[in-house]
Write a protein that binds this ligand. Structure first.
Ligand code: GLC
Length: 492
């Protein structure tokens, strides 16, 4: 059968390095580049947030102005084309101050509420922002006749886009895929906000529209996608269970034949200890031991910890949310402070979760350092300098921190859930625990310290991690197979 061209457009809420809050940004910033190597063309679309600076955008050109109808009035959106940084992938940016251009990515309370005509409340604002985004992308494809053959939505933020495309007979040739990065957020939305947009919300949502607590935007993506991809093989199984499915397990079970698990890759050019320009001393698998120590001394100096290369340094780089298992870690902080270790942490989150770390830093300034801002270069220095990376997640669809850590010869401690279970293996490249408890985490920390004390064992763990291919090569191939299967099935 002759191969149809793949022209895939990935739409989502984040994109590294322009607008990142977590791993989703890394995926949207790297997968399209890997796809571009194989598919005829890949595109990526995001809202133009306030934090995206014009000077970051290469070959910027205006595609035109479109309008969408919200709350009964027409809103103009300017569509720009640029390039995904360090690539030839076309990047579409959607500019509209009221809906996209104020506050940070998920700061919903800066978004205009078309019903109250004031700023929205936090959650509602996020829903309005991404509904508007979905409508904008749909309208742009139509108005500019973009030659798209596959739409690939990411999480709930672009899920409504799949419903719009599916309901438009002119777009019947376009195949529809959704990747589930995190079913923790299903985006239940009050009915009146769904009806505020110019579409037949009742018809498009079907029975879901009657859901009392508000129809879930993610459900639109699931119902209107022809292929549903979870970000790791393990997560693809977990979403079918009550524990992880977040109320969507039975819907997903019915779609089992369309459900795939594809492990995320990372940008191995960006995360590369032998080239990383943000770290003190570059290294490879044969120089990791010597040079990691040099990086450690430099980081200790940078953050004011005692400069000692022999001390085991723990690290954690993450969005600080309850998903990440911080409630297992915080009760252990006083016990950790008794050990001869150091601990460097970077991430942002609500004050209920950050407070214990601020307190630990204050009480034990020689042991803890907490960087309560997300800064990518600093994160890279942590990966390059520390020895043991903590990821005690309650659930973890894929997890990129453990993968980046291994690339930098930092040995992960992970809970056996989701993508962590697919990537971290006890005493091969890391340490794993199953029971969600502080006691289990503590025992695993002890095991890691015992191994750290034996240089030969430690070197083997580091090498096994560093030598694994975590690039997008294999996984991009799996996505291409999924796209091709859909394109060859013309009845979809
Ligand atoms: C979400 C998930 C994380 C995953 C990332 C990218 O942030 O919580 O596990 O790695 O998306 O898919």
């Amino acid at each position: 059968m002759t191969q149809q061209p793949i022209n895939v457009l990935l739409a989502g809420s984040e994109l590294t390095p322009l607008a990142k809050a977590g791993g989703l940004g890394d995926v949207l910033g790297s997968l399209p580049k890997a796809l571009q190597k194989n598919v005829n063309k890949s595109w990526v679309a995001i809202p133009w947030y306030q934090e995206i600076r014009r000077k970051q955008l290469r070959q910027l050109k205006k595609l035109g102005v479109i309008s969408i109808t919200v709350g009964g009035s027409k809103t103009k959106i300017t569509v720009w084309e640029s390039r995904l940084p360090n690539s030839t992938v076309p990047l579409l940016l959607f500019e509209n101050k009221k809906y996209f251009g104020r506050g940070t990515i998920y700061q919903g309370n800066t978004v205009y509420d078309p019903l109250t005509k004031k700023n929205a409340t936090s959650k509602i604002g996020q829903r309005i922002r991404f509904m508007a985004f979905s409508f904008a992308v749909y309208t742009a494809i139509k108005e500019f006749s973009l030659p798209i053959s596959v739409i690939h939505a990411q999480d709930y933020h672009s899920a409504p886009l799949l419903a719009l495309v599916h309901n438009d007979p002119e777009m019947a040739h376009i195949k529809r895929v959704i990747t589930l990065h995190n079913l923790g957020i299903v985006a239940a939305t009050p009915h009146k906000y769904l009806e505020a947009f110019e579409w037949d919300a009742k018809k498009i949502f079907g029975s879901e529209f009657n859901r009392k607590k508000g129809p879930r935007l993610i459900r639109l993506g699931i119902d209107h996608a022809q292929a549903i991809v979870a970000v790791s093989p393990r997560y693809a199984k977990e979403v079918l269970t009550k524990e992880y499915g977040n109320g969507l397990e039975s819907v997903l079970k019915k779609r089992k034949k369309d459900l795939y698990g594809v492990l995320n890759g990372i940008d191995t050019e960006l995360f590369n200890p032998s080239k990383d320009a943000f770290i003190k001393k570059n290294y490879t698998v044969s120089t990791v031991r010597k040079n990691k120590a040099i990086n450690k001394l430099a980081l200790q100096k940078e953050v004011g910890l005692p400069q000692r290369k022999d001390v085991p340094m723990f690290s954690l780089v993450s969005r600080l949310t309850s998903q990440k298992g911080l409630d297992l870690l915080t009760p252990l902080l006083p016990k950790l402070a008794q050990l001869d270790i150091q601990f460097v942490l970077e991430g942002t989150g609500p004050s209920s979760l950050t407070a214990p770390f601020h307190a630990a830093q204050k009480q034990w300034p020689d042991k803890f350092y907490f960087h309560n801002i997300f800064n990518a270069p600093f994160a890279q220095r942590i990966y390059a300098s520390s020895d043991i990376f903590l990821m005690p997640s309650k659930f973890e669809p894929c997890g990129l921190g453990q993968i980046i850590a291994m690339r930098y010869g930092t040995v992960p401690i992970a809970r056996a859930t989701g993508g962590l279970k697919n990537t971290v293996f006890e005493k091969t490249n890391g340490f794993v625990f199953t029971t969600y408890s502080s006691a289990a985490l503590w025992r695993t920390i002890q095991r890691s310290l015992a191994a750290y004390a034996v240089p030969k064992t430690w070197g083997r763990l580091q090498r096994n991690g560093m030598k694994t291919d975590f690039s997008w090569k294999t996984s991009a191939g799996e996505y291409i197979k999924i796209y091709n299967n859909l394109l060859q099935n013309t009845h979809g």
